[in-house]
Write a protein that binds this ligand. Structure first.
Ligand code: ADP
Ligand code: GN1
Ligand code: MG
Length: 355
């Protein structure tokens, strides 16, 4: 009923007649909507447990899409919001839920790269995205999730959930907690470098999973970067590290036999460095460690959510967040073991680029 009301609240071409859950996002409720004229849209209910101020979130998203469109007018290259019938950029229903609608972009959103080329193209897309936003007025953006990649704060929040043990699950997580706390110091490296000004603050995407970029179904070239809810001032290394975590690992986000594929790391790094040409020496030096940092940080977030009772990430079974945390820890450990290999690859790519 609520979906129907929301689907009819926007200025669509024709009347919404069909809607179905769509995509693999962990945060918002996402539906594909079709109207009686055959027009297609994406309808989303904003997750207010995660995003406390949806109007600020929408202000950010509209400012970013306007800015991107001014640089590249191709309609399939930038998300396009559909205004609500009341003239607003979003619709608020009787229960206080916030909804927004976009043009549906017909492209591929992949959970696993189907070829090296797919991963390479996603690296170009995220690298270019960051470059396009390099002159965006960062001070005009709201922090949609304060301290989103502040790893020190993520550990503080994990400790608070351990203290509380709201669901009596603490007894199930001893080895995971031990690993995380033993590696806290190292995981906070980027945060400390950010605070001391060793790494430049940029406007970054902050959630660079492969499924947050759309590839053209025929050419398999990038169409559009999605999921702009966390575009905020941040480190280029968050974007790089998160893409490696998701796209260059094998076994899936909750799989038991995960590891970092160094060849895929090379492919993504080649693409990212060729598109994001503004990185400093320090940023490039930290690329290998960033993969570990962002992966361990996500492990703290999954473990915290498991302890809290699965309030933040969508789950389909009660052990899922614990499984996700275990997988991220395993992947982070592999990334730590492969620091020298990754550094060698980065240096080879740089030498090849100079020649
Ligand atoms: P979440 O924050 O929950 O991850 P996203 O904004 O990433 O939500 O949307 C979830 C998924 O829906 C994306 O990964 C993508 O597959 C699909 N999607 C989102 N917006 C569009 C769009 N405009 N056109 C086509 N697919 C989209
Ligand atoms: C969430 O929204 P989605 O599914 O693209 C999360 C990311 C995590 C990711 C793990 C706003 O991304 O930070 O890295 O899950 N997004 C938010 O899969 O918390
Ligand atoms: Mg997403």
């Amino acid at each position: 009923m609520h979906i129907q009301t929301a689907a009819h609240a926007f200025q669509t071409n024709g009347n919404a007649t069909h809607w179905q859950e769509f995509g693999q996002g962990h945060i918002n409720q996402t539906l594909k909507v079709t109207t009686d004229t055959g027009a297609e849209y994406i309808l989303q209910r904003i997750n207010q447990y995660v995003f406390h101020n949806p109007t600020q979130l929408m202000e950010n998203a509209c400012a970013i899409t306007d800015f991107l469109r001014s640089k590249d007018p191709d309609p399939r290259h930038t998300l396009h919001f559909i205004p609500a019938k009341n003239g607003m950029g979003y619709f608020r229903d009787g229960n206080g839920e916030f909804w927004r609608m976009y043009e549906f972009v017909d492209g591929l959103s992949l959970d696993v790269p189907e070829s090296e080329e797919d991963l390479y193209q996603s690296a170009l897309a995220f690298g270019r995205f960051q470059m396009l936003l390099s002159d965006f007025p960062a001070e005009s953006l709201y922090d949609t999730i304060p301290n989103f990649h502040n790893t020190e704060d993520r550990f503080r929040l994990l400790r608070a959930s351990v203290e509380k043990d709201a669901c009596g699950r603490l007894k199930n997580v001893a080895p995971e907690l031990e690993y995380l706390l033993n590696h806290e110091e190292l995981a906070c490296t980027l945060q400390r470098m950010r605070e001391s000004g060793l790494l430049p603050l940029r406007v970054t995407h902050n959630d660079t999973k492969l499924n947050n970029v759309l590839l053209d179904c025929n050419t398999r070239k990038p169409l559009c970067v999605l999921d702009l809810d966390t575009v905020m001032p941040g480190l280029s290394l968050y974007d790089f590290g998160d893409s490696i975590r998701f796209g260059a690992s094998v076994g899936g986000e909750a799989g038991q036999d995960t590891y970092l594929d160094l060849h895929l790391f090379r492919i993504y790094t080649e693409g990212f460095l060729s598109a994001a040409t503004n990185l400093t020496e320090k940023e490039i030096e930290m690329l290998p460690l960033s993969t570990f940092v962002i992966t361990l940080e996500l492990a703290t977030r999954f473990l915290k959510d498991y302890l809290d009772g699965d309030l933040y990430f969508k789950t389909v079974h009660p052990e899922q967040n614990l499984e996700r945390a275990r997988t991220q820890i395993k992947l982070a450990a592999d990334m730590l073991a492969k620091q020298a290999d990754m550094a060698k690859i980065v240096s080879e790519i740089r030498c090849a680029a100079i020649k």
